[in-house]
Design a protein around this ligand. Sequence first.
Ligand code: AHR
Length: 500
Amino acid sequence: ATARLTLDPGFRVGDLNRRLFGSFVEHMGRSVYTGIHEPGHPAADADGLRQDVMDLARELGVTLVRYPGGNFVSNYRWEDGVGPAADRPIRLDYAWRSIESNAFGLNEFMTWAGRTGVEPMMAVNLGTRGVAEAMDLLEYANHPGGTALSDLRRSHGVAEPHGIRLWCLGNEMDGPWQMGHKTAEEYGRLAAETARAMKRFDPTLQLVACGSSNAYIDTFASWEATVLEHTYEHVDMVSLHAYYQPVDGDVDSFLASGAEMDQMIGSVVATADHIGAKLRSKKKIKLSFDEWNVWYQSRFPGESALEWRTAPRLIEDVYDTVDAVVVGSLLITLLRHADRVDVACQAQLANIIAPIMTEPGGPAWRQTVFHPFALTARHARGTVLRVEPRSPVIETARYGEVPALWATATYDEESGDVAVFAVNRDRTSPLTVTLDLRPLPGLRVAGHVVLDGSGAAAAAVNTREEPDRVRPTAVDGTRTEDGRLTVELPPASWSMVRLV
Ligand code: AHR
């Protein structure tokens, strides 16, 4: 089969926002404890922060990390996690039926974020708490000093305010599983009042209202409409969450997950713009896709089946090559919407459905899904080009006909470099893609790397014993002729082609 696309700097989606390469650390399972934080580990620094994990997070290219939840935040008291370690209470976390030691909290996270070089995205609890506690956290975190809570922070050894700019107004408040779950009206009012108060403290804060927790929940789109009716002029973004897996073994549809993500983004943009039109507002609400990934949710028995334990092994999915191809395709979708999606967070960073795995006291390694993220974060630069592929279609049970080729490209005006990211969703045949480069003369191929999810490689995984079994391989299948580049994409594969 053949497909084609044109790379033309005259046709742009928008500037690539580096915040699209975000991740997520929740107090859940081993994401924090024995994930990023493990005092006594041979690779831990003086504060118990695992430097092997920090190194991998930097290599992954993560720019921003959302914290501390997730469902966890909806029953969290941030005060429990600050101050002398010996005084911190041990609590029950009702989100994940776990024991929370509170050995790690806001100030430890900010130390970790600073050392790792990532921007923090902080969530407030709007489940069991409200405006007052959000304001207390904001004063503690961001006020310089001279007030009760800012001086409390200083007494905890943090002289300078943290200056956290990006805040989530709760988490998945539409979900009945959420502690303090609310109707759209209830949440919309609470989010609006919390946002108004927070912007009184600092009008430059960027605030994210909760959208739907998935596109299948009954209230999808009507939830966003109601919440935005209340919050439109007070917030900057609305959140989206989505997890993908092969349902009943339907891998063809799974490989087309990017099409579902694409439609979800379109639906939320349409809903937000509808409210903007009703309100006669000049403002455009941006999107924060602050939880996305492959997650084999069907393997998770549910919270009610969990025992009260500290840092249990929860949803530690081991990803194969096809999962990595899907992760690459989801990143392509996010880039294709760089004009409206300002923030995105792969959920999560370590151990919990994560690119980075760790063993307590032992090594840290890269899962298969690490690779497409790291390469996209490293090489996608500058402007996202509006590529309009012409592609054969494949039939899927869940999404009907979808194009076999899913692609995007970035163009760095300063260096002139181009990076093309492409997925062949077809599991049965390779795809020959012709790229018309005539609007960008003089480019030569600097490399083509592939994650090939076809044949026996489909089910290959990386483990502690074999951490580098799956990694992208450099291939030499490109040809250039008359300003046209021809690239071979194996079945069920993700590719990156760099042109300099
Ligand atoms: O990332 C795991 C969980 O998925 C988060 O806590 C929650 O927000 C979502 O349902």
